[in-house]
Design a protein around this ligand. Structure first.
Ligand SMILES: [Zn+2]
Ligand SMILES: [Zn+2]
Length: 287
C-alpha cells in the first residue's frame, strides 16, 4: 500500500502514462530525475510514455536501482543508456548495470568514447556508436548530441525531444561555446553545470595542476560562467533550470543558488531553479 502511494505521488510512469503529482488529471510528456550529479557520480533518468533511458551510469548498480525504485521506476524496463564521456564519474557503474539488465540494453556512445568503455568481466552489450554532433531517433525521442569542450576523448552533451518537450543536459564543459548555446535553445528543462566558485577553488585544497585543469577551457563550468549564460541567453522557454555537477570542495549549494537567482533576476525570467546536492538524488521533474 505504501508502495502504491509512493508510485502515485512520484509521477508514476510504470504503466506508460505519467501523471502530474499536483494535478493527477494531467498527463506529463517527460519525467526526469537526476539520480546523481557531481564528480562522485553522474546519472540522469528520463522517461516518456514509451521510453525509459539513463544518461550516464556513474553510480553503482545497487544505488542506481535503489534510486530508480524510489521514484517508482523498474530498472528492468530501461530501454537504453546514453554515455556522455569516459570519465569514471560517468561510467563507473556501467558494466555491472549492463550485466544486471541481461546485457540487452543498448549503450549509445560517440565513435571516440565507445572503444574506451571497459566492460570488465561483463559481456559487452550492444553498443551503438555515432558521430559527435549527430542527431538520431530512439523510439519516441529525438536525440541530438553536441560536442563539449572538456578534457575527455570525444565528449558530448545531449538534448532529447519528445512531443515538443526539450530536455538538455550540459555538464563537464570548460566554457559555453556558441555551438553548445545553439543546442540549448528552446530547452524546457536544462541541467547545467555550476561546478565551482573560482575564489573557493583558488584557495581550496586541490593541487595546482588540478586547479589549472578545472579552470581551463577544457575543464568545468564555474558558477560565474553559468550565471553569465543565465543572465544573457537562458532560453525563455526554460521551465526548470537545474544546476548540477557541483564540486564538493570548491562550491556550496548556497553560492551556486544565490548567484543563479541574481542572474535570473537580471534576465527577468522565473523558471523553477533547483540545485542538485552532490551525491543526492533530485526531486522528480514532470514536463
Ligand atoms: Zn563529470
Ligand atoms: Zn568529465
Amino acid at each position: 500500500m505504501r508502495w502504491h502511494r509512493m508510485l502515485r505521488s512520484r509521477g508514476r510512469s510504470g504503466r506508460g502514462l505519467i501523471y502530474h503529482e499536483r494535478d493527477p488529471g494531467r498527463l506529463a510528456i517527460v519525467k526526469a530525475c537526476v539520480l546523481a550529479s557531481s564528480s562522485a557520480g553522474n546519472s540522469i533518468f528520463l522517461a516518456t510514455e514509451k521510453t525509459r533511458v539513463l544518461v550516464d551510469a556513474g553510480i553503482n548498480r545497487k544505488e542506481t536501482f535503489a534510486r530508480l525504485a524510489a521514484i517508482g521506476e523498474d530498472p528492468g524496463r530501461l530501454d537504453a543508456i546514453f554515455i556522455t564521456h569516459e570519465h569514471t564519474d560517468h561510467i563507473s557503474g556501467l558494466p555491472v548495470i549492463s550485466r544486471a539488465l541481461g546485457g540487452r540494453v543498448p549503450v549509445f556512445a560517440t565513435h571516440g568514447t565507445a572503444p574506451l568503455l571497459d566492460w570488465g568481466n561483463s559481456p559487452a552489450p550492444p553498443v551503438e556508436t555515432f558521430q559527435a554532433g549527430a542527431a538520431f531517433d530512439f523510439r519516441d525521442l529525438r536525440v541530438q548530441s553536441f560536442t563539449l569542450p572538456h578534457d575527455a576523448t570525444d565528449p558530448v552533451g545531449y538534448t532529447f525531444t519528445a512531443q515538443g518537450i526539450k530536455i538538455a543536459i550540459a555538464t563537464d564543459l570548460g566554457y559555453l561555446p556558441e555551438s553548445v548555446k545553439y543546442h540549448l535553445r528552446g530547452a524546457h528543462f536544462l541541467l547545467l553545470e555550476s561546478n565551482h566558485h573560482p575564489e573557493l577553488l583558488k584557495v581550496g585544497p586541490y593541487p595546482w595542476h588540478l586547479k589549472q585543469r578545472i579552470l581551463s577551457r577544457n575543464g568545468h563550468l564555474s558558477n560565474d560562467a553559468a550565471c553569465e549564460y543565465i543572465a544573457s541567453e537562458l532560453p525563455g522557454e526554460t521551465q526548470w533550470l537545474v544546476l548540477g555537477h557541483l564540486s564538493e570542495q570548491n562550491n556550496t549549494i548556497w553560492e551556486a543558488e544565490l548567484s543563479a537567482r541574481q542572474a535570473l533576476r537580471r534576465r527577468g525570467l522565473e523558471p523553477r531553479l533547483v540545485v542538485v546536492e552532490p551525491r543526492r538524488q533530485s526531486e522528480v521533474f514532470l514536463l
